[in-house]
Write a protein that binds this ligand. Structure first.
Ligand SMILES: Cc1cc2nc3c(=O)[nH]c(=O)nc-3n(C[C@H](O)[C@H](O)[C@H](O)COP(=O)(O)OP(=O)(O)OC[C@H]3O[C@@H](n4cnc5c(N)ncnc54)[C@H](O)[C@@H]3O)c2cc1C
Length: 328
């Protein structure tokens, strides 16, 4: 951000008119959205370290019914205890004991910890013995980023001119004032058109960077009102109908989540992701987006880290249980 200030304001290396400057800051907002943090908190050296290997190719796809469907499919035939909070993970003789807030204690050969990085930072789970320094340092150094999401359902598709373009527009940019650049900078058409005629038409957008300070001071209704004001400016002369539904996420305030996704904070190193993933004593394993060096911040990173960790667990389990044969 220092070099950006120099570039634009102090040394005025590049002369921009007010519109060009707003468009430049739109791109800054887009990076702050991707990183989940204001740019001054992000490592200039490593912010995109994950791209050291090729990312997935192909078209983007939109989960219009939400990620729940994916989770449900993966969870099929699995026993899941809901509304149980882990507060302690302790290594015991040949295994691990997990203590839940309701007093239940569970014992297993091995456990997999998948709580968000923000919860590890807060120390919500006590590890006994404490986590090794390398992992504790990585937890401190990596950033727990935040963006929030809003969605509004309308009875009419007042943006249908955009849908009639060839190819149809699925999302569009909003170039707002520089100081509110993270407020609804991109707006997505989230209408579910899979079942024929949609019953309502949905627009979804994000809040990121410093604009979260504005968002945090507003109620859900006030946030939606600001969004509708933005739409009025983007579609002058169009009547914006009264919404028939709305949602506003508050991931930052959720006491079990507290973040959206990790980022390379100033002072963090790419190896911190490897330290996050490293098992402890071949009995406590870690997965989740903040453990995947090459696909952090994503659902697929989280999924792949789970496959990786369970493979390590099974490998180690087999080693543990075949050792008697190999030492004959
Ligand atoms: C607004 C937004 C937009 C996003 N857009 C995309 C996108 O377009 N594409 C994409 O791939 N990714 C996207 N992501 C990121 C993606 O959602 C996350 O990277 C992913 O969900 C992280 O999965 P996870 O399993 O690591 O953590 P989580 O899904 O956060 O799961 C961790 C679980 O641990 C539970 N937990 C916490 N504490 C405890 C405890 N003490 N005991 C027991 N359980 C506990 C939590 O309740 C939670 O269920 C987005 C995220 C946000 C917020």
């Amino acid at each position: 951000m220092e070099s950006q200030r120099e570039f634009l304001d102090e040394k005025a290396l590049v002369q921009m008119n007010p519109l060009e400057k707003r468009i430049f800051y739109w791109h800054i907002a887009n990076s702050e959205y991707a990183c989940g943090a204001p740019l001054e908190k992000v490592s200039a050296s490593y912010w995109d370290q994950n791209e050291a290997i090729g990312q997935f190719d192909g078209r983007h796809s939109l989960l219009v019914d939400g990620a729940q469907k994916v989770v449900e499919a993966i969870a099929e035939d699995t026993t899941i205890l809901l509304n149980k909070k882990v507060h302690k993970v302790k290594l015991i003789h040949r295994g691990v004991r997990v203590s839940l807030n309701d007093g239940t204690e569970l014992e297993a050969d091995k456990v997999l910890v998948t709580v968000p990085l923000a919860m590890l930072k807060k120390g919500n789970i006590q590890f006994e013995p404490p986590l090794p320094k390398r992992k504790a340092d990585a937890i401190k150094r990596l950033g727990a980023g935040r963006i929030e999401k809003i969605a509004v359902a309308f009875p009419r598709c007042f943006w249908k001119d955009l849908k009639q373009k060839n190819p149809p527009v699925d999302y569009f940019a909003h170039v707002g004032p520089v100081e509110q650049r993270g407020l609804f900078h991109t707006i997505y058409d989230f209408t579910n058109r899979q079942d024929g005629s949609p019953k309502s038409f949905v627009l979804m957008s994000y809040v990121c960077g410093k604009s979260l300070e504005i968002f945090d001071k507003k109620t859900d209704d006030q946030v939606i009102k600001m969004f509708i004001e933005t739409l009025r400016k983007l579609f002058p002369g169009k009547h914006i109908p009264k919404p028939v539904g709305q949602m506003v996420s508050r991931w930052g305030k959720d006491e079990d989540i507290g973040m959206s996704y990790s980022y390379m904070a100033v002072g963090s190193k790419p190896e911190d992701y490897d330290s996050m993933a490293a098992p402890v004593s071949d009995r406590i394993y870690f997965a989740g987006e903040a453990t995947h060096r090459f696909f952090p911040q994503t659902m697929h990173g989280s999924y792949l880290s789970g496959i990786r960790a369970t493979t390590w667990m099974l490998d180690d389990y087999l080693v543990d249980h075949t050792r008697s044969f190999s030492t004959l």
